[in-house]
Design a binder for this molecule. Structure first.
Ligand SMILES: Nc1nc2c(c(=O)[nH]1)N[C@H]1C(S)=C(S)[C@@H](COP(=O)(O)OP(=O)(O)OC[C@H]3O[C@@H](n4cnc5c(N)ncnc54)[C@H](O)[C@@H]3O)O[C@H]1N2
Ligand code: MOO
Length: 409
């Protein structure tokens, strides 16, 4: 099914994603226990079950007076105030007919009491006597286990925890939680033209802009970047860098050197891999984006051109990182309306960096900055990517196009 590297067989974005889905099982993430309070955006590795009912005692929904409903059959009625239950306080005996206790919202409703009358519908006659004159329509008491019963699933396996989930764990005093380990990533940027920060700029050289972008994209997508290196176009250096990372990383991302030039060493590595997933895509930019499995590690070879690197990351690396974490992509795929004609045509689908806005009941998209794959003038501003279909015709204004709304933008 997989063609040798030298005969690059271009496949579509969807076919490439399907190959990723079929092979992602080779990269399994273990689990670890972490403090619940630090689990925001981590993925739960096993169901979390309620260790007790919630609430654990009958709780008052209002500030007012707890009493017995049987005392309210004839109104107005005066009752003896026999105590005060502020937040957090217990009450040491059951309430009996003729008695009321002052109670706060969330307070413990004593045994015997079966209604809390809101403060606003009561009147103190003297310091020990309260009068109730209005008919009550509900009891204002939250029963034990009303929100959760012991044994209920609080959070299902494969849920991405958010602050609401952390609140739930805290409510049950579940202090540690089992989550999938973050995918460990090694990033290797290749290119003899790449300078290190602070070096003198000279003809032919550029600063490495893709590496820091990939690094931060990985981090915001829940991965742990454990290694980041920049090497020259030298197959031996690449081999050493890869060997160093193989047993430490779930995913190795290289950048540059994937096309057909003399120093395109990632292409050679892909050729010798156990399983080539793809090395040519029917899209621009990023047509040479490559993925393969080597020594049970998932490799992505992203293109060196900044626009292509950006596109390849969102369409395939983000997709795979989320999949490894049992999640769907955070890029929201939708159909959106193009705000202006696009005249360039291409034999492959072209993925443009753009911006979107909600207009009435649809999403409007438009280009931002240049569309050359080496142009990085829109990487900050792009909030979406959209697909100009391949073919010879221009794409008119108001075309309905496949669009991905980008996360964290
Ligand atoms: N004869 C052919 N040449 C090229 C082809 C082709 O099919 N035949 N494809 C072109 C396309 S399309 C692309 S995209 C690029 C892909 O190139 P590589 O991924 O192999 O990347 P490099 O050649 O190493 O670099 C391309 C470009 O990007 C700059 N670059 C590289 N790394 C970085 C970095 N970390 N930060 C910023 N910029 C980077 C590099 O200097 C080059 O300008 O190949 C075309 N050529
Ligand atoms: O595939 Mo390259 O990224 O178009 O320019």
């Amino acid at each position: 099914m997989y063609k040798p590297v030298d005969n690059r067989n271009a496949i579509s974005i969807d076919e490439a994603r399907k190959v990723i889905v079929e092979n992602i099982g080779s990269v399994k993430l273990g689990s670890e226990k972490i403090p619940s309070i630090e689990s925001n955006h981590r993925i739960i590795a096993q169901d979390v079950v309620a260790p007790n009912d919630y609430p654990t005692f009958r709780r008052s929904g209002y500030d007012g007076f707890a009493m017995l409903q049987e005392d309210l059959t004839k109104l107005p009625r005066t009752l003896k105030v026999v105590g005060d239950i502020p937040a957090g306080a217990d009450f040491d005996r059951p309430l009996v007919s003729g008695e009321a206790v002052r109670i706060m919202t969330g307070g413990y409703v004593p045994d015997g009491a079966d209604i809390v009358v809101m403060l606003e519908t009561t009147r103190m006659i003297d310091k020990d006597t309260v009068e109730i004159s209005e008919t009550q329509h509900k009891d204002n008491i939250t029963p034990i286990g009303d929100y959760f019963k012991k044994g209920d699933i609080l959070l299902k396996k494969d849920t991405e925890i958010n602050p609401g989930g952390i609140s739930l764990l805290s409510a049950f005093d579940i202090q540690d939680i089992s989550v999938y380990k973050k995918p460990t990533i090694g990033i290797i940027t290749t290119g003899s033209e790449l300078l290190h920060p602070g070096e003198q700029i000279v003809n032919g050289k550029i600063f490495n802009s893709n590496g820091p972008m990939i690094r931060n994209l990985c981090k915001e997508n829940g991965a742990d970047v454990i290694s980041y290196t920049q090497i020259k176009d030298d197959p031996n250096k690449l081999k050493t860098a890869v060997n160093d990372l193989l047993d430490k990383c779930d995913v190795i991302i290289t950048d540059g050197g994937v096309s057909v030039g003399d120093f395109d060493i990632i292409a050679d590595l892909a050729k010798s891999s156990e399983k080539l997933l793809f090395n040519k895509l029917e899209m621009r930019p990023g047509s040479v984006t490559t993925a393969f499995i080597y020594d049970n590690t998932l490799f992505f070879g992203l293109s060196g051109n900044p626009g292509a690197c950006f596109t390849g990351f969102y369409l395939f690396v983000e997709y795979a990182l989320r999949l490894m974490q049992h999640q769907t992509s955070n890029c929201i795929e939708c159909i959106a309306t193009l705000n202006a004609e696009y005249t360039k045509t291409n034999m492959y689908d072209r993925i443009l960096r753009g911006q979107y806005k909600f207009v009435g009941n649809h999403i409007e998209i438009g280009r931002v900055g240049g569309d050359a794959s080496g142009n990085l003038n829109n990487l900050q501003r792009a909030t979406c990517m959209f697909e100009i279909p391949r073919g010879k015709s221009i794409t008119p204004k108001d075309s309905e196009l496949r669009t991905w709304l980008l996360p964290f933008k």
